[in-house]
Design a protein around this ligand. Structure first.
Ligand code: COA
Length: 164
């Protein structure tokens, strides 16, 4: 597999938005239910700091997934050592090690950029993603009950953390 990983620029907004459309249509994996438009992605990428990014998995010129790294919060610098991650791979490309390779890249970027820990939050029903993060070394720390409500149905949100 000829996998190329690189940091997204505003020119990648459309490809990222297309992936959101697919993942949101699946309905079961993320609390995000309305896909971010290309314009929203462009605005989002443009406001990211140098310590943040969306890392793209590209195979034969096709963007097949991405992983994001954001600061946990920006209203105080006491959280500057904490990042939050999210990972989204197109259905046909899952379970090929792409998520793991993206994580290697993102974690290396995080270490170079003074992060000390990364947290993720995942839907309680999303066992696949919880397994994925567990394999990367993330540890389950907490459950927010009925945190997600979609079409009248509740789901929990699980918090996991990884010290770098
Ligand atoms: C979760 C997700 C990001 C994993 O990415 P991926 O590229 O498919 O994962 P990898 O192939 O790198 O898997 C690495 C390891 O994670 C675990 N894992 C990944 N997918 C799994 C699944 N469907 N079931 C059980 N374990 C799984 C396994 O331990 C796997 O190692 P193995 O294949 O050697 O057993 C991907 O399935 C995805 O995009 N899902 C939909 C969106 C989503 O749920 N995102 C997370 C929201 S925070």
């Amino acid at each position: 597999m000829d996998l190329n990983i690189h940091k997204a620029t505003i020119d990648d907004a459309r490809a990222i938005s297309s992936i959101w459309k697919v993942i949101c249509a699946e309905k079961i994996y993320t609390a995000v239910n309305i896909p971010f438009t290309s314009e929203q992605e462009r605005t989002y990428i443009a406001q990211l700091s140098d310590r943040e990014g969306i890392f793209l998995a590209e195979i034969k010129k096709q963007i097949v997934g991405f992983q994001s790294l954001d600061l946990w919060a920006k209203y105080t610098n006491s959280f500057d050592h904490v990042g939050v991650m999210g990972t989204f791979i197109l259905p046909n490309w899952r379970r090929n090690g792409i998520g793991e390779q993206l994580a290697r890249y993102t974690i290396n970027f995080a270490k170079l950029n003074r992060y000390e820990k990364i947290i993720i939050y995942v839907r309680g029903s999303n066992n696949k993603a919880q397994n994925f993060y567990k394999k990367l070394g993330f540890i389950k720390k907490g459950v927010l009950a009925k945190q997600v409500k979609l079409d009248g149905n509740y789901d929990d949100e699980i918090f996991m953390e990884l010290f770098l």
